[in-house]
Ligand binder design. Sequence first.
Ligand SMILES: [Zn+2]
Ligand SMILES: [Zn+2]
Length: 943
Amino acid sequence: MPHDLPKAYDPAGLEDHWAEYWVREKLFAQPTPALPDNVKDQGLDGQSFTILLPPPNVTGRLHMGHMLNQAEMDILMRWRRMSGRRALWLPGTDHAGIATQMMVERQLTAEGSSRQKLGREAFVERVWEWKRHYGGAILDQMKRLGASVDWDREYFTMDENLSVAVREAFVRLYEQNLIYRGAYIVNWCPRCQTAISDLEVFHEEQKGHLWEIKYPVIDADGKDTGEFLTVATTRPETMLGDVAVAIHPEDARYLHLHGKKLRLPLVGREIPVILDEWVSREFGTGAVKVTPAHDPNDFALGERHHLPSINIMDSEGRINAEGGAYAGLDRYAARKKVLADLEALGLLASIKDHTNNVGHCDRCKTTVEPRLSTQWFVAVNKSPNKGGPSMADLARKVVQPNADGKKAITFTPEMYEKTYLGWMENIHDWCISRQLWWGHRIPAWHCSECYKITVARVDPTACAHCGSAKITQETDVLDTWFSSGLLPVSVFGWPKITPENRADFDAFYPTSLLVTGFDILFFWVARMIMLGCWFAADVPMPDGSPRSLANSVPFREVYIHALVRDANREKMSKTKGNVVDPIEIVKQYGTDAVRFTLASMASPGTDIAFNVARTEGYRAFANKIWNAARFLFMNVDRAAEIGITVDPKTLGGMPIAAENAPLEDRWIVAELHATTAKVNASLENYRYDDAANAIYQFFWGSFCDWYLEIVKLRLDFSETADKAQTKAALSTLVSVFESSLRLLSPFMPFITEEIWHALYNGNPPAKSIALTSYPQANHILLAQLIPNGMVQVQNLVIDIRSLRKDRNIPEKERVPIVLFLSDRSNKVFQQNIGIIQHLAKITEVIPQSFEFMANRSGKRRGVAWDIDVIYEATIDVSTEQERLTKEIAKYEKGLISAERQLGNEGFLAKAPAKVVEGLKKQEAETRLLLEKARAALDALPKE
Ligand SMILES: [Zn+2]
Ligand SMILES: [Zn+2]
């Protein structure tokens, strides 16, 4: 039945082959299914298992985080698919506004051009061109890694149909009075020329200064009183936009100044002294300058006290006309001049060193500038005009238990539920406009006659309010997360869900599971929940009845995967130079070994310390499987020569052992069922680690180390062989092996595919092992099957092996043993003595009495037995002398080096406690080994 596998396991070659085959044959395509008419809970005929791939940026390259995330998704997809579910994994890429625009702008700069020189239309065309050439490289990487996604359904967030969804969502929210324009203090990146969300700003401590500036107090006539109020600031240039100074209402130092006015130095503006509890008396001087247009706290303060906002900076971080004499200066040049001028006027009271938490643009690292600007917002906490709950209300509700204690969306690990709800409690309106050219342009038109806004599904030619043709489209585009937040509904055809084309939506929405990282819990997960619940709720059920909130959610479960750290549990970072490139590791060890490494450590909430040594170990595991397959094929071929074959039709299910089958057969079948039960249960709970380790133990330990060794005894192909016995042995061997391949397949899809095809010798029952059925344990059988005898046999063999080792008996040498059994009627030993002899390399078992054994000094004593080997060592004294002398020299050297290190105070002070501990342990062990070697040398007969 099987054909030859190449001698050496070469992952690169076979992985390329199968990766290409899976894509070419469209093995994982999931066409639109026809659901029975009576299905009310769409996607809930119980059959669909749907995951939306978090769309990587179109500019992206695969990193270890992707690799983990995708391995976790692929394992679940393959497992569910093989378990009979209608599995759909849907891939795509995100147009990634800021990242992609920056990439192309960088190219233009290199060419001596710029986006401004090109103009908007040509620039956008240029980005499309870039996308056609370079975009989506990450999806090619996914193809090579064998991700079992449906490539026929691949999308791009700016595809026509998805753009229609974005526009419809915007217009609908606008019509519901949930979109507005407002002046708002935003994080402004002067480099990227756009507002960025709080989540896109990273903070870094920076050494800076706290400058104290004296503001003259004036009287009712505007004359200096001679008194000053001193304020403290880290950004002195913003004083040009000051509109007040605030003090705490209980601050006795300054209370007498309340109601008085100050003259703003350098500008001359008269500004009030106001009281506000928000002011910290301990910080700086306790008097706070108020600049609403350039600080979020000041903005809030300004709103409370109805103060004006004076914007003094342009979009590139330069002082504008409001800054008077400083107009045109860059923000940092202006800072210098402001300070110099204040100093000249004697108004600079002091300069103190100060460590600042400064915000930077996540994309380009430029220091962000809080800046007042006009932006578009979604009012997430507001009722729509028809009344009812807000978007945030719904997004909270679906994560909280309902009356029956059930949650429409569950999180794993559960703690993220709290994080999510905490954030949702305090959620602010969502700023959805970005000042970019690449993205979905906001479908709003400004009228230059009546100044009103027209928002429309179809590009208008005239103002909807006054009919004027003098309208221009808004230049801002939408936040990238606005379109990706809609994906769960838009990829299945929303907003065009008609009775004729709703099959996809009915079958796959809500999706089953989202697997993603913590870092985009708010960016993306929360937005999908808000938008999904909002828009899906309008889609009636297949039978026309209204949709419940529980059926409006974008996904039923969220699994937040952990971080992949380096072997020392440090976060991977380019600056530290400890980044592991998954593609490089895959080249070295194969995809299967890397996937298995990640799986063997992946469990909810636990970060992964990626250690190449482990991957090496799993590469060896793959090798072990390969060699087991070759051994098996060799035997199948030899059996065929004498007319014994295994019918392929008996494979593909779960092997069962007859009651009277030999011990090892009953045992390995029971082990297979137990492992299968464990793997299925572990995957239900996202315990990839338990599942992977169970398979590993089974395959390497039970199957290869024990079963293969034992079954060899019954694989007799000689003339005199008992053919029925050989056939029975071969059948169990092949069917257990075939089931193991299917069990392992989701974890190591490539090697299992290769061997599985080889097993059927080019005539497999399906196009891929991934399309066969996943092993299911028979629990009733399982309870009856577990034979204890095998454990006794194993323990005896282990004892004999360890005794042989102690006696330095060469591995291949066969020796007799003497054995006392405490229970002479123990059938297990009697019946399996051949196995014990074979595995422990015994020539003969000589039964002995308890009294006889009592006198043997080197024996091993177990609960059920006493054993001893009969072996007289013949040693070549001079060789042994030489060996021991070398060994002693090695230990002495090691000991000196360890002592030197442990005596080095500098090293001890710096080294982590763990390292020192390890070194001490190593030193003690070396000392012991040295003593043993010296004693052995002494004990040698003197020549
Ligand atoms: Zn930036
Ligand atoms: Zn108008």
